[in-house]
Design a protein around this ligand. Structure first.
Ligand code: AMP
Ligand code: MG
Length: 305
């Protein structure tokens, strides 16, 4: 990849970054319907295909080394397009190097542990790209909107005193810092869908039999809490977008644009690592040369077809 291409990716995603230390207001600060001026839906397939090709090459390099890994966190309201983004952005990538984990309401086993336990267990290994479809952020989003969930969380009384959310933001920042300091790069995407677009997508899930499985009536109940979720997202983004683990707010009303953004953010993250194929030491190279001689000495190779 050329320096020019790197610069273009950086420029593409710059408006989506939540500046560390800034205070986010939703929906004022990020428009769910935004796409870059001069870019149209017709341009998207070719751009995405080219982007995915770059991603595949970067991932191949990442997989070849054993120092760095990438954790890509996806959070959103229902029907914002998390699954579609995973499907499309990861389409050209070697499945051996990717691991997707979806986080649902905590199980009995999860609740017997602290809230970061299940997430820590799913953190990608070095060489891998880990994708979190929902994440530890649910514990400062859905749980903040429904504080009654804390009653089932088996916490000691002291953990409920004072500002539990400020404490959780700090714990999350510390946890992510630990990952990054030790080689696992963290990048976080909030797919920002509008309330009207969510309504349209819910209706299409109800009306199209092939999409019925994606819908549950609970989704419409959660929609009643839209403003509280927006507030919780704004607070979480403000408190946890850091230099080491930044948040990007991706406009999600246009799926084609959201997917381009997702690919660009992942590419940018991999470029920051700049993973290289391992190189061999002198004695290993000599070993390779010796093996080559032995294989060639066996005789002529078959014709290629
Ligand atoms: P889905 O991704 O549509 O399958 O839904 C998963 C559901 O699990 C969502 O409603 C989330 O809000 C919920 N969920 C995920 N993590 C938690 C959590 N830590 N506490 C409560 N609910 C959660
Ligand atoms: Mg759902």
């Amino acid at each position: 990849m050329t320096d020019d291409q790197r610069a273009r990716i950086q420029e593409f995603i710059a408006p989506l970054l939540v500046q560390p230390g800034s205070t986010v207001r939703l929906p004022d600060d990020f428009d769910p319907g935004y796409s870059h001026p001069g870019l149209s839906k017709a341009d998207a397939p070719a751009l995405l295909e080219a982007g995915i090709e770059h991603l595949a090459e970067l991932q191949d390099r990442l997989y070849s080394q054993d120092t760095y890994g990438v954790l890509f966190v996806l959070q959103a309201m229902d029907a914002a397009g998390k699954d579609g983004m995973i499907k499309h952005v990861m389409s050209g990538i070697n499945p051996q190097g990717v691991h997707v984990t979806s986080f649902k309401a905590p199980s009995a086993e999860d609740r017997d542990h602290t809230y970061l336990w299940r997430v820590q267990r799913a953190v990608p290994a070095r060489g891998m790209i880990g994708i979190f479809n929902r994440s530890h952020y649910e514990d400062v989003l859905v749980v903040k909107v429904h504080p009654e969930y804390l009653r089932g969380a088996q916490l000691p009384p002291s953990a409920l005193e004072g500002d539990i959310w400020a404490r959780r933001y700090r714990e999350i920042n510390d946890f992510e810092r630990h990952l990054v300091d030790n080689g696992i790069k963290v990048v976080k995407v909030f797919l920002n869908v509008s309330k009207e677009e969510q309504r349209a997508r819910f209706l299409s899930r109800i009306e199209d039999p092939a999409k019925n499985w994606k819908f549950s009536s609970g989704d419409v109940d959660e929609r009643e809490h839209w403003d509280a979720y927006q507030q919780a997202f704004a607070e979480a983004l403000s408190a946890t977008s850091t230099e080491h683990a930044p948040w990007y707010v991706v406009p999600a009303d246009k799926k084609w644009f959201a997917r381009l953004c997702g690919a660009a953010i992942l590419a940018h993250t991999l470029l920051e690592i700049d993973p290289r194929y391992p190189t061999l030491a002198e004695d290993e190279l000599a070993g390779l040369a010796a093996s080559r001689e032995r294989l060639l000495a066996e005789g002529p190779l078959p014709e290629e077809d």
